[in-house]
Ligand binder design. Structure first.
Ligand code: DCM
Ligand code: DCM
Ligand code: DCM
Ligand code: ZN
Ligand code: ZN
Length: 271
């Protein structure tokens, strides 16, 4: 996701966590405001192109070697690179958060990575190998050329929300408030409890593979419904946008809800 998606997911999580979780992460992240998660949500993207942060560049995605639209699916052993992927990164940084003996700066960094990667695994194109998660596919968006990955990371959500694109934190806060209401008492109220099915703190790989497979299924149904070749050069801000927008809304809501529950489990274990 772009900044808007990551910050929205963080605000949803901070709306839903238990009080003890707020206190715990406010202390770990040295931020006692309501922005303690939102303020670190894009940190992992800010370091991935730096020399010291390069070790983390593959942690943002897993390249599912499937064959959309005929077959979708992720396989941890087949698809996670030797130097890591979003699934192994979630396991690694969750275990660092659970290790009270680690240096505080390591656990601080682990918190920032977990907040970010729970977001990324819910972006369907972060769970797909074709054209490096769609980065190599040129499409049109309101008449301008973009790559498909960027359209799913940012353009669709920005069009949905409207408003001034420069006010990312304001827009994210507003979107998070709406989605939190939909989760608590609106269109997601009934289904949201099932979003935690299969979630086990002792099996971070199994848990995040459930999230990854769910995300990747949208590659066949909504990202490449007619296959990757058919989408190149198409204008996506019309009917394609109308079909994709509800998927993005749902994936952002789920990511925030699951992040809250995951952080609650971590704090529950530590206390
Ligand atoms: N690490 C870090 N900052 C660095 C280098 C590494 O936070 N500049 C973290 C990432 C891994 C852990 O330390 O979780 C071990 O990394 P490595 O094996 O690459 O040293
Ligand atoms: N920190 C970190 N990685 C960095 C810089 C800082 O993990 N590259 C940690 C150290 C502190 C926390 O973030 O625990 C706050 O750092 P600062 O006081 O620099 O904001
Ligand atoms: N990305 C991805 N899958 C890949 C490669 C990259 O999902 N196989 C993501 C990470 C960034 C974006 O695409 O969000 C751009 O990555 P890069 O700048 O590394 O091309
Ligand atoms: Zn992306
Ligand atoms: Zn990322």
């Amino acid at each position: 996701w772009g900044s808007l998606g990551h910050i929205t997911i963080a605000y949803i999580a901070s709306n839903l966590v238990q009080e003890s979780t707020t206190a715990y992460f406010q202390e770990l992240l040295h931020n006692d405001t309501e922005h303690y998660l939102a303020g670190v949500a894009t940190w992992a993207d800010s370091i991935r192109y730096t020399r010291w942060g390069r070790f983390s560049k593959n942690f943002h995605f897993i390249d599912a070697k499937d064959d959309p639209p005929a077959y979708c699916g992720v396989d941890f052993v087949r698809d996670c690179k030797a130097d890591g992927c979003v699934v192994s990164a979630l396991q690694n940084y969750t275990s660092q958060l659970l290790d009270a003996e680690l240096w505080p700066w390591r656990r601080n960094q682990a918190a920032k990575f977990v907040v970010h990667f729970v977001g990324d695994i819910h972006q369907p194109l972060h769970v797909e190998n074709v054209a490096q998660g769609g980065n190599g596919i040129h499409v049109n968006w309101e008449g301008q050329e973009f790559n498909l990955h960027h359209v799913w990371d940012s353009s669709i959500a920005e069009k949905m929300l409207g408003g001034n694109r420069r006010k990312v934190y304001d827009n994210a806060f507003r979107w998070a408030t709406d989605l939190t209401d939909e989760i608590k008492s609106g269109k997601y109220q009934t289904e949201s409890a099932a979003w935690l099915d299969g979630m086990l703190l002792d099996d971070p790989i199994g848990t995040s593979m459930i999230w990854a497979n769910e995300s990747n299924a949208y590659i066949c149904s909504h990202v490449f419904p007619d296959g990757p070749a058919a989408i190149a050069g198409q204008e996506l801000a019309g009917e394609y946008f109308e079909r994709a927008a509800p998927v993005i809304e749902l994936q952002v809501a789920k990511a925030g809800y699951r992040l809250a529950a995951w952080l609650d489990l971590i704090v529950g274990r530590m206390s």
